[in-house]
Design a protein around this ligand. Structure first.
Ligand code: ATP
Length: 747
């Protein structure tokens, strides 16, 4: 398995030296101080040993060949351990925690150290980290300071170490380091993950107030959007109705106004036609009537005069008739005349009081009748004398003249009366016409002022309409600002044919309400807020998902750790049981009897300390945290025929035998690829050396053995012997020797 070792510039190996380990048992022999142990240390070094103490140096440069009189110091020390990998036993763990085989037939593990103390690690000449070296080697149960390299004087270390260290050695021997390593790795990851969880939580906490603030903003904005949409539809409806109203009302108003204007024009025309004013014809007529009346008065006075004259004549005639000497004369009783006159006067008065001419005629007829009757009565008295007749004739003549005159006057009077009547009639007609015109004029004026009022009212309406139009335009502007252009895009075709203003007022009130809400909510920067909210929200979501992932990996890490610990525990306890079997067997072989076993201690360190084992250390924090039940391992032995059970009471040889039994037991349970034993057999007597040799033979079936020894018995079991010598130049040299040579070389 360990094919060879190439040492160059390391400690006493000044020049490149190659040791082949192709045989199961290789023994390294040589005098004291020749450099045998340096070979062992070279292996440790190559495998990554970090303890300078284990390499017997103070610092890394101590490991480089110091130089001598003849040899100068090299610029570095380098050791390569060459492993066979035909069976692809080496592997490493990739990122996904899967073991990946190293696909080379040979694995060369190289370590270099430089005078400045710098170390370099290479696998197959490719520089890698120490961690990776350790990991690759642990895949084949090889560690730098493992149980498989037992340095000089270290054989009984397994007895003297603390229970906890022993536990580690056992774990190492059982190949459980890999679990430890994985557990530690998982725990580190767990811790890191826990840290990440805290960081993510704190980040989320940090953004939470901002997020909730933005959320509120966004909710507000969404609400605002709802309002805006509502506002848009309200506005559209309102605008459709309003513009329909404005259109129809404007048209209607124009129509009405036109009608009023036409009417006014017509009325003005009519007013001109019906203008009132003093009617000249009326005054003329009145004058004429006055004249006619005056003429009537004079005619009447004449008539009365004539009447009286006639009366007197009639009276004279009556007297003449009644008295003889006045034969022939007709005598008229004065009372009769007075009676007649009174009756005529009454009738005339009546006539005078009447305006209508037509009504006057019958009265005049009556008067005429009265006079005729009177005259007829007089004519009946006709017995007169001739003397009287002359007088009488004269009287009669006068009477006739007067009567004729009277008749003419009466005719005249009739004419006048009739004329007056017709004049009056005309006047009345004229007046009536004027009155009619006046009435019409006033009526028209009233209509006119009504129409003018209506026009005024109309202009009030017009003003109202203008105000409404302005308000409408303003509203359009506001709508654009508050609800966007969409609010102002409407189709007049959709117009509802009603122009119910109360409905519009209600709508406008609703609109106002939403506008106030919108204004209160505050506008602008909506998109930015949305954008920022989305960003922060996405970040939060991302963090939340991260948290879930992290918590998920915490869970799986915990599960992994638990499972690893369970496996570790099972393998450990099972391994210890197996070791115990082999330990007992080897112990019996070495001591010819007795009892030996390992006990897993589960108590705390204190109880181990009280048992006299281990060092003075307290439990480390890590151990407490791990709550590892397998705190340590104790060795219990009982030598045959001896009472002493305390390890401290054993002799040097007994200690060596016990530790060899245990080491070999461990090796048998989980054979390491190779086992290097540096003078483990130093303290053995001859008989024990033989037993030791037998065990070596047995072990060589399981592991490759490299034995540094001075013991001939041991040497006798080796298939290859390397003799190490050191010359005057201070450099170790290797030479293959035969057993007999070896015996000489070794001693
Ligand atoms: P023994 O049989 O007594 O155990 P050994 O063969 O194991 O002896 P080592 O201990 O391997 O001998 O070798 C010790 C020798 O190596 C010493 O002589 C020491 O001077 C030499 N040595 C150690 N380190 C260096 C170094 N850096 N440069 C030169 N020589 C060194």
């Amino acid at each position: 398995m360990l094919k060879s070792l190439e040492i160059s510039g390391f400690k006493s190996f000044a020049k490149k030296t190659v040791l082949e380990f192709s045989d199961p048992i290789v023994s390294i022999v040589g005098p004291n101080g020749s450099g045998k142990s340096n070979v062992v240390e070279a292996v440790r070094f190559a495998l990554g040993e970090q303890s300078m103490k284990a390499l017997r140096g103070r610092s890394s440069p101590d490991l480089i060949f110091k130089g001598s009189k003849n040899l100068s110091a090299p610029s570095r020390a380098a050791v390569t351990a060459v492993f066979d990998n035909h069976r692809r036993i080496f592997s490493f763990t990739n990122k996904d925690n899967a073991a990946v085989g190293v696909d080379f037939n040979e694995i060369r593990v190289t370590r270099e150290v430089y005078p400045d103390g710098q170390n370099r690690y290479l696998i197959n000449d490719t520089p890698i980290r120490l961690k990776d070296v350790v990991e690759v080697l642990s895949s084949v149960h090889v560690g730098s300071s493992g149980h498989h390299i037992i340095s000089q004087g270290e054989a009984d270390r397994v007895l003297s170490v603390s229970a906890r260290e022993r536990r580690e050695m056992v774990e190492d021997a059982l190949g459980l380091k890999i679990y430890q390593y994985k557990i530690r790795e998982a725990e580190r990851k767990l811790e890191r993950t826990g840290q990440n969880v805290k960081e993510v939580q704190s980040l989320r906490r940090e953004i939470a107030p901002h997020l909730s603030f933005l959320k509120k903003q966004v909710d507000k904005l969404k609400q605002t959007e709802v309002w805006r949409t509502e506002l848009q539809s309200l506005y559209r409806d309102y605008f459709v109705r309003e513009s329909f109203y404005l259109k129809t009302t404007t048209a209607d108003l124009a129509k009405r106004k036109h009608a009023f204007i036409v009417e006014l024009r017509e009325l003005s025309e009519k007013t001109k036609e019906n203008t009132t004013g003093p009617d000249k014809q009326v005054t003329e007529l009145e004058k004429e009537i006055k004249q006619s009346e005056n003429s009537f008065q004079s005619v009447r006075a004449l008539k009365e005069e004539l009447g009286r004259k006639l009366g007197r004549l009639e009276g004279a005639l009556e007297v003449m008739v009644k008295t003889p000497h006045t034969a022939g004369a007709k005598v008229v009783n004065f009372e009769e005349i007075e009676e007649l006159a009174a009756e005529i006067e009454i009738n005339l008065d009546e006539a005078l009081a009447i305006e209508e001419l037509s009504e006057i005629a019958p009265i005049l007829e009556r008067v005429k009748e009265l006079v005729r009757k009177f005259l007829d009565k007089r004519n009946s008295i006709s017995d007169s004398t001739p003397i009287q007749n002359t007088e009488l004739s004269k009287l009669k003549e006068s009477r006739q003249e007067i009567a004729d005159e009277l008749r003419r006057v009466e005719v005249k009077e009739k004419e006048i009366l009739s004329n007056t009547a017709s004049l009056r009639q005309e006047l009345a007609e004229r007046r009536e016409a004027a009155h009619g015109r006046e009435k019409a004029f006033y009526e028209i004026s009233a209509r006119k002022s009504q129409t003018e009022n209506a026009l005024k009212m109309l202009s009030v309406e017009e003003e109202g309409l203008i105000t409404a139009q302005l308000a409408f335009e303003n509203e359009l502007k506001e709508a654009t600002v508050l609800a966007g252009k969409e609010a102002t895009i409407f189709d007049l075709e959709d117009s509802k044919s009603d122009i119910d203003r109360t409905l519009q007022v209600v709508k406008l009130k609703k609109i106002e309400k939403i506008k106030i809400r919108l204004e209160d909510a505050g506008l602008g920067a909506g998109e930015e807020v949305f954008k920022e909210y989305n960003e922060v929200e996405n970040r939060d979501q991302f963090l939340a998902k991260e948290l879930v992932d992290l918590q998920g990996s915490i869970q799986s890490l915990k599960t992994l750790i638990r499972e690893l610990k369970e496996t570790l525990h099972l393998e450990f306890t099972g391994g210890v049981e197996k070791i115990n079997e082999a330990f007992q067997e080897f112990f019996t072989t070495m001591f010819g009897g007795g009892k030996a076993s390992l006990t897993i201690i589960k108590e705390t360190r204190r109880s181990i300390l009280s048992g006299g084992q281990g060092d003075e250390e307290e439990l480390s924090e890590e151990e407490k945290k791990e709550g590892d039940p397998e705190v340590g391992i104790e060795i219990n032995i009982s030598l045959p025929h001896k009472k002493a059970k305390d390890l401290n009471m054993l002799s040097g040889g007994e200690r060596a035998l016990t530790s060899i039994a245990l080491l070999f037991a461990m090796t048998r349970v989980n054979p390491p690829p190779f086992l290097i034993l540096d003078e483990t057999d130093a303290a053995l007597d001859e008989s024990n050396s033989r037993k030791y040799g037998d065990l070596i033979e047995k072990l060589s079936k399981l592991s490759q053995l490299i034995l540094v020894t001075h013991n001939r018995e041991t040497m006798s079991h080796a298939h290859v012997l390397y003799g190490v010598t050191i010359g005057t130049d201070g450099a170790s040299k290797i030479l293959s020797v035969r057993l007999d040579e070896a015996l000489t070389v070794a001693n």
